[in-house]
Design a protein around this ligand. Structure first.
Ligand SMILES: [Zn+2]
Length: 150
């Protein structure tokens, strides 16, 4: 299907070197709209919603951000570490507003599954159901998220 001008602009923003050095698509050759649809279907299968995941990631992010003490254990089950970086990122889908740069790492102490995400990931999941393209460094797999954070 042909991209609308708005989709074309978003697609450009997702490419490497536009809003971030690595971009958001990795090696994924699909249209971003197809990536979103596929992940939406995956979430349905897992009986999860983008909002449930975003709420959970935000919960851990806030708790770790406020700890100021390296990694912390939350709810006796999740070891979470927040690394801050200077700078801000903006939403590639054209929302106004900026997102802190940072990397949050979580290890589920029961099953040892580890994942990491950025504050922008949370926005992209909540508002756009966008988990990034396959091979993108901040790609999050819904199935791994399901096992790690619930
Ligand atoms: Zn947005």
């Amino acid at each position: 299907m042909k991209e609308t001008p708005k989709e074309k602009k978003i697609h450009q923003n997702l490419m490497p070197g536009q809003l971030s050095i690595d971009g958001f698509l990795g090696a994924d050759k699909r249209q971003y709209t197809d990536i979103i649809s596929a992940d939406q279907a995956e979430l349905d299968k897992l009986d999860l919603t983008a909002k449930m995941i975003a709420d959970r990631l935000e919960y851990f992010t806030e708790a770790a951000f406020e700890s100021y003490a390296g990694s912390i254990v939350i709810d006796e089950k999740y070891e979470v570490d927040y690394d801050s970086f200077r700078g801000k990122l903006i939403c590639p889908f054209g929302h106004s507003g900026v997102y802190r740069k940072g990397l949050i790492t979580l290890k589920n102490l029961e099953n040892s599954i580890e994942i990491c995400w950025t504050p922008l990931n949370i926005h992209l999941i909540r508002e756009h159901c966008f988990f990034e393209g396959k091979g993108s460094i901040h790609r999050l797999e819904p199935a791994s998220l399901g096992k790690a954070i619930f």
